[in-house]
Each structure stands twice: as C-alpha cells, then as structure tokens.
Write a protein that binds this ligand. Structure first.
Ligand code: SF4
Length: 690
C-alpha cells in the first residue's frame, strides 16, 4: 500500500493505492481514501470524488503511450523509435531552429499538473538549455487574475491564505463564481459544517449548481458582472458606516480612492447592470456587515474575464474595507483549479517569474537564482510572452515548441485559431501519457509517467506542500518528464547541473526559492511525510510553516495591504443583435480539464458536451431537451444536445469545456494585467438544428 495524493484537482486529496493484480498491461491500481497513520488526510478526511476513486483506471488503459513516436515527413505517419533516437532528433532540430532564427524561436509550454520539481526543472531548462524567454504554462488560464490581484493588494499570492477547513469556523462564506460542490466535492463538507453551526453560505453564479443548492442566499447575475456587485456592496457598506476605519487606518493604504470609485454604484444602478435586485444586494450587504468572520472566495467564474484582475481587486477592496484579511476565519481566498496550479506558478515556468515567486526582471532575483544555477545572471533571458500570446506567435516568431502536461487543442481559447498556429510550426514535441488531441499534431510524441509511477511534490490550493509517492513501476518504454528534460539538457550542452532524482531537484528548488515570497527552504521530503504537508513560506527547517498569512502584516514592504481602485468597463464582447446570448463555460463532476485523462477512464461517464439553456430560451428557439442545437460565436461553431434546465439565466447558455468544441467558441480577449483570456463570457447565437 502506498499513501499518495489524487492526480487531479487542487484539493490534492490524500489516497492510498494498492497494487491489486497483474494484468496484461501491468499491475492494476485500487484507490482508497487515505488513512495514513490511522488518520485521514487533513484535506479530504476520508472523502474522494468519483474522479479520485477511479483514478487508477488509466493505469491499464490500452490508450497509454509506451514508446516515443516520430512523424515521417513524407508520409505523415507516426512510427515508434527508441528514446535515444527521439531525444537526438529533438536536440538537433531545436539547435537548428536556434541557429537559424535565434533562441526565442524555440518555446516551452508547461502545465499546472506538473510536480514542483518538474515545473522548476522545465523553467531552468527553457532558460539555460534553450536560452529562450518563451516559456509559459496553462496555469495562466487557471487563476492568474487572482494571483495578479493578490500580488497587488497583499504583496503575495497564495490561493487560500488560510487552511480550507477554516471555512467551517466562518459565519458567512460568499462564493463568487465557484462550483466547488461539483468541482471538488470533498470540500463541500466545510460548507455543510458551517451551515450546521448556523453560518450562512452565499453563492453568486449565473447558473444553478450543486453549490448554489447549498446557498442561504443565491444571486444570479449576468455573466461577467461580479465586479459591479462588489462595487455596489462597498457603496452600501460605506453608506451604512460599516467600514472598519481602525483596520483601514492601521493596516492599509489607498482607501479613499477605492471608496470614491464605488460611490456611484447605488443599488438600483447595480441592479440595472447585473440583474441582481437591489433588495438582494441589500440582503447580502447586511450579511457581510453582520460579523467579522466573513470570507470571500473567488474561482474561475469571477476570474476568467478580460477584467478578471479588476474583479478580484473589487472583492479584495470590499474585504479590506470590512477589516477582514488577516483576521481568524475571515478574509479573501482563491479556490485554485489545477492539481499544482499553485506550485506550478511558483518555480519558474511562468514567462515573467523565476523560482521562489521572484520576478524575472528584478536584478536581485536574477542574481540569486543564477547563483544557485552556477551561471552568470546575464545568461538568464528576460520576460517572455504569456500563454495565449505565445501560442498566437507560433509559426511566426516561434518555430519550435515543446509541450508538457497540456492539451492545448482542447483547452486554449479561440482553439481553432490556436490549432492552426500549432500546425504552422516547423517542429512540435508533445510529452503526454496518451495520444491527446495536441499530441496527435506532434512531430515527436514522448510517453511519460503518470502520477502513481513517480514521486514528487505538489502545492495544493492552501499553499500546503504535499508529496506524491510512487506506488508502481512505469510501463516499459515510458520515462519521466525529468528524464526528458535532463536528457535534452545534456544533448544541448546546457550549463549547470541536472538531476532526474525528484528529491535532488527539490533540494535545489529549496535553495532557489530561499528568501523569495514562496520560500520552500525549510521544507524537506522528510518533513512533508512526517507532518502530512508543510505550508509555505517556511524559511528554515525549524520553522513550523505558515498556515495563515497576514495576521501581523501583509507582504508589501510597509506591511500594509493596498486598496487598488477599479472601475467597471463591461465585457470585452457584449451581446448584440447577431450574437444575442451570453455563453459561459465550465466543468462537470466526472471530467477534469481537457478530459485527456478522465475521458479515457471507463468507470467515468463520458456524456459529451451539451448546451445548457433555460426553458424560455429553448422555447424561443424551438429547441428540445436532448436534441442538437448549434452555438455560433465570432470564432467558431459547435453542435451539441440541448440540456434544458430552469436553473440557468434565460439569457445565458453554458457549455462544459472537457471536449473539443467549447473553446472553439471562447474569446481570446486578455486581461491587461494577468493576460488571462475571457473564457467565461462571450456573445453567441444559438439555433435549433433541423
Ligand atoms: Fe481528486 Fe479533486 Fe476529486 Fe479530491 S476532489 S478526489 S483531488 S479530483
């Protein structure tokens, strides 16, 4: 039996794996909720969702890749080759591109599912082995707007600055654009505990969900209207004299300007813009003014917008005005999505960052990391393009791309356009466990280990660094991403030292992060095992870790949080006569992200995409539940069965994004600060198929 964690979402539930029997395709895995040292893992306390229970299913999949594949340029066919041949070919093609077009013509695209060790090694590889500034990852599309807002307001970004279980002790929890009961079901028990204590749950979402079903107050604004809601609440809080001026004076800067910007958002104006009635807004204002134990939690529904950073900042301003962040069982948090969405952005696979959450254009940061790597700081390239902008430059500025742990063809916004850009590359390499839609385009496909076949650390949504443990040997022919990175670094004569051993890489990562905002210096594999996870920052081995941030000070040099004034500018793509319906996207319980893994697990239902719509809209269109409808936007079209429910707004349709289709429709309008695309809102036209 091996104690480890789930391969999927940011909750990183503890689980125990048992190698149950030898099948034709190797040992099978049985999953149980973890009972390490006779205690449940603190994150999930014995619960798993159906994705977790069935996670062992991919192990025996016939679709598992077990040999490198290289495309014959004449026939277009992929054929099996040995690892040396594949890595030699990649190194020689990358060298040729670099010689002809310069280092920035090579690029790397990573993923929020990579372990901390892999994310760290990948960032180092891009900068030292390829010499390119062009590296970013799909976490840019996950919660980068919350990260940007947290950095601006608090001086640091950690998804939740408190343990998830603190939810139970709050008096009011306001979920803004989160469907946690469906996306991470074990977390929903904290809401149930809160309600059992007499606390209140507020859910703000354009569509009804299992999370909304738990709400004492459910507000259903038009998609993209979370920002004016927060402005309207700040207006009411101020008008009621409920601003905590002692806190504001002692712990923050910039309140007056934020207050001025909110002043014109009286409830009737909010109602006109958001569709939330002034009575509902006043009810919510009364709730958040009723206690000092109030939490605001955002997720993708609030963040994945062209004004996602401003939206989160508006809620942060409200939280600060109420004097909440840093108080027990109160404040603001972001519910991250991907398994290592948090750690994935801390160790250098983001275009603008070096390990330890250091900014790449900061001379001190560059000197520190260069010292750990044993290179001159001048060797480290500068800031690269963000994820969407990087992909949009494929075939023009960027000629060769390496993809790790990301299924871009399904998950990129404006996906048909990005797929065309990928097809225009001179050279594409994809490392994956199965032949994903993105791997199917590659010149070289590299088969890699999956979670149960390797060890490494992840950082969950609470900033808790946990450890995955290897339960089973990988199939013959499969290698770890670390093997690939090191094999290529060696062939490309990269400076510095490189290791395929996760613990050795983690030791180097600790040194690289030391003194940074995400400081892992005091976290060791032994401590993680002994303590069931350690929260960063943890600067020394005798430091206890930091479950709760901001109790004494915020992370800006003056120790204060900043109000950042924001205005509402409206959606990047408003509805119009030709595109009169709002389109929003999201997840369903049985699938995860692009579905590359979960769609291949036979015990998970693969229902395919659907178009959720209100009976009023269905009636207007002549659409019938279960019958196909067509959704068209300025970028693409898809057809899927109508799912007619009375829990969604009549002016909005919802499409899940786990299958090819939804992201052919979505908008590539980018947030100016985080460079997050507006996945959650665009204008569409819907018609019933005849
Ligand atoms: Fe895995 Fe997330 Fe489900 Fe937990 S909630 S079992 S981490 S997918």
């Amino acid at each position: 039996m091996t104690d480890t964690h789930c391969p999927y979402c940011s909750l990183q539930c503890g689980m125990t794996l048992t190698v149950s029997k030898q099948s034709q395709r190797g040992p099978a895995l049985e999953v149980a909720a973890r009972t390490q040292r006779n205690q449940h893992s603190p994150v999930n306390e014995g619960a798993l969702c159906r994705k977790g229970w069935t996670a062992g299913g991919l192990r025996g999949s016939r679709e598992r890749l077990t040999t490198p594949l290289v495309r014959d340029r004449a026939t277009g066919e992929l054929s099996a080759v040995g690892w040396d041949e594949a890595l030699d070919l990649i190194a020689s093609r990358l060298s040729a591109v670099r010689a002809e077009h310069g280092a920035d013509a090579t690029a790397v695209f990573g993923g929020g599912g990579l372990t901390n060790e892999k994310a760290y090694a990948l960032g180092k590889f891009a900068r030292l082995a390829l010499g390119t500034s062009q590296i970013d990852y799909n976490g840019r599309w996950c919660m980068s707007s919350a990260a940007s807002a947290g950095n601006q307001a608090f001086g640091v970004d950690r998804g939740l600055p408190f343990p998830l279980a603190d939810i139970e002790q709050a008096d009011v929890v306001v979920l803004i654009g989160s469907n946690l009961a469906e996306t991470m079901p074990p977390a929903a028990r904290h809401l149930d505990e809160l309600k059992a204590r007499g606390g209140k749950v507020v859910v703000i979402d354009p569509r009804g969900t299992p999370t909304g079903d738990r709400a004492d107050l459910f507000l259903q604004p038009v998609p993209g209207a979370d920002l004016p809601l927060a402005l309207g609440l700040l207006h009411l809080v101020d008008a009621a004299g409920a601003v905590d001026h002692d806190y504001v004076d002692a712990r923050t800067t910039g309140f007056e300007e934020a207050r001025t910007r909110a002043a014109s958002w009286w409830p009737e104006r909010v109602e006109r813009v958001t569709g939330v009635s002034s009575d509902e807004l006043r009810e919510l204002a009364a709730l958040v003014m009723s206690s000092k134990k109030v939490m605001f939690l955002t997720a993708r529904g609030a963040e994945q917008h062209a004004d996602g950073t401003a939206t989160v900042l508006a809620w942060l301003n409200l939280a600060l005005a109420l004097g909440l962040p840093g108080r027990p069982y109160a404040g603001y948090g972001c519910l991250t999505g991907q398994g290592n969405g948090q750690g994935g952005r801390e160790h250098g696979q983001k275009a603008d960052q070096l390990p330890g959450y250091r900014m790449i254009d900061n001379p001190e940061a560059r000197a520190h990391v260069a010292g750990v790597w044993g290179v001159d700081p001048a060797v480290i390239p500068g800031k690269g393009r963000s994820a969407y902008e990087l992909l949009d430059s494929l075939g023009s500025d960027v000629k060769a791309l390496l993809v790790f742990a990301s299924n871009i063809v399904v998950s990129a916004p404006n996906a048909s356009h990005i797929t065309e850009r990928m097809q225009s590359l001179d050279f594409l390499v994809v490392a994956d466990i199965v032949m994903s839609e993105t791997a199917a385009l590659a010149d070289v496909v590299l088969p890699v280990t999956q979670w149960a076949e390797e060890s490494g650390t992840m950082t969950n949504l609470e900033g808790r660094v946990i450890k995955r443990n290897q339960a089973v040997t990988p199939p013959d022919g499969v290698k770890s991403d670390l093997d690939i990175i090191v094999g290529l670094a060696s062939r490309l004569d990269a400076p510095s030292t490189w290791s395929t051993d996760p613990e050795t890489v983690f030791t180097e990562l600790r040194a690289a992060s030391a003194g940074g905002k995400a400081d892992y210096a005091g976290i060791t594999y032994a401590r993680i095992e002994a303590e069931d996870g350690v929260y960063w920052p943890c600067p020394t081995e005798d430091h206890p870790g930091t479950p709760r941030l901001f109790a004494e000070a915020f992370a800006h040099p003056d120790g204060r949080a900043k109000f950042i004034p924001v205005d509402y500018l409206g959606p990047a793509e408003p509805v119009s006569a030709d595109y009169p319906v709002h389109l929003t996207t999201g997840r369903v319980l049985a699938q995860y992200q692009s579905g590359a893994q979960t769609r291949r697990i036979k015990d998970l239902p693969d229902e395919g995409a659907f178009v959720e719509m209100h009976p009023q809209l269905a009636g207007r269109l002549g659409a019938t539940h279960g019958e196909p409808v067509q959704v068209r936007t300025r970028r693409g079209v898809m057809t899927a069965p109508a799912k007619v429910v009375d829990t969604i707004r009549p002016d909005t349709v919802f499409v899940p994004f786990h299958w090819v289709g939804a992201n052919k429709l979505t908008s590539d309008a980018l947030d100016p600060s985080s460079r997050m695309p507006e996945f959650k809102l665009c204008a569409c036209e819907v018609s019933a198929e005849r």
